[in-house]
Design a binder for this molecule. Structure first.
Ligand code: PEP
Ligand code: MG
Length: 840
């Protein structure tokens, strides 16, 4: 059905090609036309809902009843007016009728401050809703028919050779905690380039080419949302499967589960309280990384780049842009290599923007229109940023900082400037900035940084996440008052409440010192004893191991006091590969982890792929119920060469300490026997390797006695055990409220497994997330668990909790725990457990 959009304002009709902005002219934002206004009221072009109003008030997005999203963008470069000249007549979320006023414009003010008043009106998802402009170069009055918007899906112009029916299609739920942000978007784009098929992803009524990082981010896909994939071309099947698997696997990011112990979530927090007007001498923002810091303000100057608009010829400007992108790519690579793991990952993901086909297309179009390389790149990035900001999704707006960073790298190269070396930081610097970009962070001497406070940005911006992973207190979005603070001024950053206090008085300082001291003392106290063996107050030995997924994790785990590794998740070691890693390569990685841990033991779990953890190099068939399909050991039996290679690699590890094998998704003892037979075939008989069974299916829990007789040790995977016991997908967004690992139904199975292990004289550990919860420790210990394998960050706290327990009291608690009827009652019981300490 056709929708006719009325002119939202009177003026001269301008085709999109003639809009003086490469992003709009290049159809990067969407398709439509523009009006050069002669009127001062912007009106709704159709009935609909206001889905977004830009913070600067210069752009409004409406969703029509057909689902088409229409962006009305007043003028070009008007975002810089920061709201001056615009008066809102509606609020976000309001329903409007055609002709209702949306914005009032002070045309005089706008004409003085804006590059142009030409107002693009574009349909964001023009692939689905094709747009026709019936007449151009004419005067139009507000309310007169302006654009026709189709309702039948069609493909973009440049894709019109592609048939409307895809050759393969599927859909997938996204479990990435932050949805399609830069890192996974870049991974999808990279994976898609291996195929000749063109892949289109759709969500929220928008579409994106799988090859474009920016377009994927602009889909605005969040955790728990569904994305549709359609592929056109010869290898469409493989392309769809690989991308869907990659997305479902979460590319190694932690999946969006709910019950993660609060302190394992790395101190990130969000202050949801309404933002009160800050008292003089203070600014208030959002907590990005908890903590408290006293230091001196240090302003990080923003880099400005001046460049000419006109270019020196198409060939010259193209070459300049290519060279500058190459320079920027190398620079990001160098920064990534020297930065810490997390910052390095972000910088590598940013590198993908440099090759984003849509950005390059828009930039090249501008160069063909006679613009300089710098102007073309600047326009392309600005269009992409507006695209992200125009979605009205604050998480996506935060991603615009990554684009700005990539813009700065290229402009810097074009200007021939070396990366500005920041002034040396004073000791205990509280770094203040408008917005801190990841590449700026990588250049700072972090040993001098006590905290970060930025005027803009949100809690999921990359810098916020990086600060949290570095353990540096950070507050973001604290407003421009932050930029007024002179470098060298004493400041107090309270990243527990989100406040920056400028020139704090002695009373505030002494309170803060007291809090810092108490915190340090607690951390130091935990750290001091973290390397001691885990043991209850009455002498029951409990080993506290770490769950690892990389070589880097091993070092961190030892620092935290891990007594070994109880679960190496091997599926995360080579997850970016499209071909299975050769035996020697696997052996080298296992060896590096064993060496880092030595003389502590290492438990290597065989690939637990399939289900919600797809691996690009594991060609699993599409399944109706992947969680009940080829997963863990079942998948390995289906691809015996992968199983043999992994076992052969483990057999090569030379370790002073024990290196054991753990089998995922066991259902019966025979499976353990099959792996043992294979090990014997591979020559493992000479060097006996302990083989353990994961108990993570109700079947394995029920048959724990016979499994315990066959296996050398048992390890309970409470994540999957809860998932299969409760018949709830552990990552299902709507079941998150009901899903709890700490459920009596799970505990009854843990109790049965502990009894079976004891009867067979086997060690039993827990390696699911429940092992990382200090509150659950007394119950697990009381049931007979001897080893807890936890996330490294939780180990000091966990050991402290164990030291405070008496085994006898734990046994009583465990008995009471088994009598509870639901997870709520169980949690109330453990919360009220006072842990009477028995004197040793
Ligand atoms: C588990 O299921 O508890 C477990 C530790 O395995 P994973 O979380 O890797 O599936
Ligand atoms: Mg599991």
């Amino acid at each position: 059905m056709k929708l006719v959009l009325a002119a939202p304002i009177s003026g001269w009709v301008v085709p999109l090609d003639d809009v003086p902005d490469a992003a709009f002219a290049g159809r990067m934002v969407g398709d439509g036309a523009a009006i050069d206004p002669t009127d001062s009221v912007l009106r709704a072009p159709c009935d609909g809902v206001v889905t977004a109003i830009a913070a600067a008030g210069h752009a409004v997005t409406l969703r029509a009843e057909s689902g088409a999203e229409i962006l009305l963008h007043v003028g070009i470069d008007t975002v810089g007016l920061q709201g001056q000249g615009f008066t809102r007549r509606v609020e976000q979320g309001a329903g409007v009728r055609r002709g209702d006023p949306l914005l009032e414009l002070d045309l005089d003010r706008l004409a003085r401050g804006a590059k142009s008043l030409v107002t693009p009106v574009v349909v964001l998802d023009a692939a689905r809703f094709p747009v026709t402009l019936p007449g151009k170069d004419r005067l139009i009055r507000a309310g007169e028919p302006f654009l026709e918007v189709g309702g039948a899906p069609r493909l973009r112009d440049e894709e019109s050779a592609t048939p409307a029916e895809p050759d393969a299609a599927t859909d997938v739920i996204v479990h990435l905690p932050h949805g399609f942000h830069a890192r996974p978007a870049a991974q999808i784009a990279r994976l898609s380039r291996q195929f000749t098929a063109r892949v289109v992803l759709s969500a929220h009524g928008r579409e994106a080419s799988a090859g474009s990082t920016v377009a994927l981010m602009a889909l605005g896909v969040g955790a728990g949302e569904r994305v549709e994939l359609r592929a056109f071309g010869a290898d469409a099947e493989a392309a769809v499967r690989t991308l869907a698997d990659g997305i479902a696997s979460g590319f190694g990011e932690p999946q969006a589960h709910r019950k993660v112990p609060a302190s394992a979530a790395c101190g990130r927090d969000r202050d949801a309280s309404p933002r009160a007007a800050p008292p003089a001498g203070s600014a208030r923002g959002t907590v990005a990384s908890r903590g408290l810091a006293i230091g001196v303000a240090w302003q990080l100057a923003e880099q400005e780049f001046a460049f000419p608009e006109a270019g020196g010829g198409v060939a010259i400007e193209r070459t300049r842009l290519d060279d500058a992108r190459g320079y920027a790519r190398e620079r990001l690579r160098q920064l990534a290599a020297t930065a810490g793991d997390d910052t390095g990952d972000v910088l590598s993901a940013q590198g993908a923007f440099l090759d984003d086909p849509e950005l390059l297309e828009v930039a090249d179009r501008a160069i063909r229109d006679g613009k300089s390389a710098a102007h073309a790149w600047h326009s392309a990035i600005r269009g992409a940023r507006e695209l992200l900001e125009g979605t009205g999704d604050s998480r996506l707006a935060e991603r615009a900082a990554d684009l700005r960073d990539v813009e700065a790298q290229v402009l810097q190269a074009l200007a021939g400037e070396a990366g500005a070396v920041p002034d040396p930081l004073p000791e205990a610097a509280i770094v203040l900035a408008g917005e801190l970009l990841p590449s700026q962070l990588a250049r700072l001497d972090l040993s001098q940084v006590a905290g970060f406070c930025t005027a803009a940005g949100g809690p999921t911006s990359h810098v916020a996440l990086l600060a949290a992973s570095l353990g540096i207190p950070a507050v973001v979005g604290a407003g421009t008052a932050v930029l007024e603070v002179t470098s060298g001024t004493p400041v107090l950053l309270d990243a527990d409440t989100g406040r920056l206090l400028v020139d704090p008085d002695e009373e505030a300082l002494s309170r803060a010192r007291g809090r810092i001291k108490a915190r340090r003392a607690r951390r130091a106290q935990l750290a001091e004893r973290a390397r001691e063996d885990g043991c209850t107050a009455d002498g029951r030995r409990i080993r506290v191991f770490a769950n690892l997924a990389s070589v880097a994790d091993a070092g961190q785990a030892i620092e935290a006091g891990a007594e070994g590794c109880g679960l190496l998740r091997t599926e995360f070691l080579f997850q970016d590969r499209t071909a299975a890693p050769p035996v020697d390569e696997q052996a080298a990685v296992f060896q590096a982890i064993a060496d880092a841990l030595a003389p502590r033991p290492l438990v290597i779990r065989l690939l637990d792929a399939g289900g919600d953890k797809a691996l690009p190099y594991l060609p699993l068939p599409a399944e109706a119920n992947p969680l009940l399909g080829l997963r863990g050991l079942r998948a390995l039996f289906r691809f015996p060469e992968l199983l043999r290679d992994q076992l052969a690699a483990i057999l090569q590890v030379e370790s002073a300490a024990e290196c054991r094998i753990l089998l995922p998704m066991i259902t019966e003892a025979g499976e353990v026997g099959r792996v043992r037979a294979l090990l014997d075939e591979l020559g493992g008989r000479g060097r006996p390797v302990a083989v353990g069974a994961m108990i993570e299916t109700p079947a394995a829990a029920a048959l724990a006695r016979s499994i315990a007789r066959t296996a050398d040790f048992l390890s309970i995977g409470t994540n999957d055990l809860a998932q299969y016991t409760l018949a709830m997908d552990r990552a299902h967004p709507e079941l998150a409220g009901a899903f709890d690992f700490f459920h009596p139904a799970v505990l009854h199975q843990v109790a049965a497994v502990c009894e079976a292990a004891a009867a067979a004289g086997r060690d039993v550990s827990v390696c699911g997330a429940l092992a990382s919860e200090p509150a659950a420790a007394p119950v697990l210990i009381g049931l007979g668990v001897q080893t807890l394998s936890a996330v490294p960050a939780m180990i000091p706290e966990l050991k402290d909790r164990i030291r405070s327990l008496s085994f006898a009291a734990c046994r009583d608690l465990a008995r009471d725990a088994l009598a509870q009827e639901d997870a709520g009652a169980l949690r109330r019981l453990v919360d009220g457990f006072a842990a009477p300490v028995a004197k040793p």
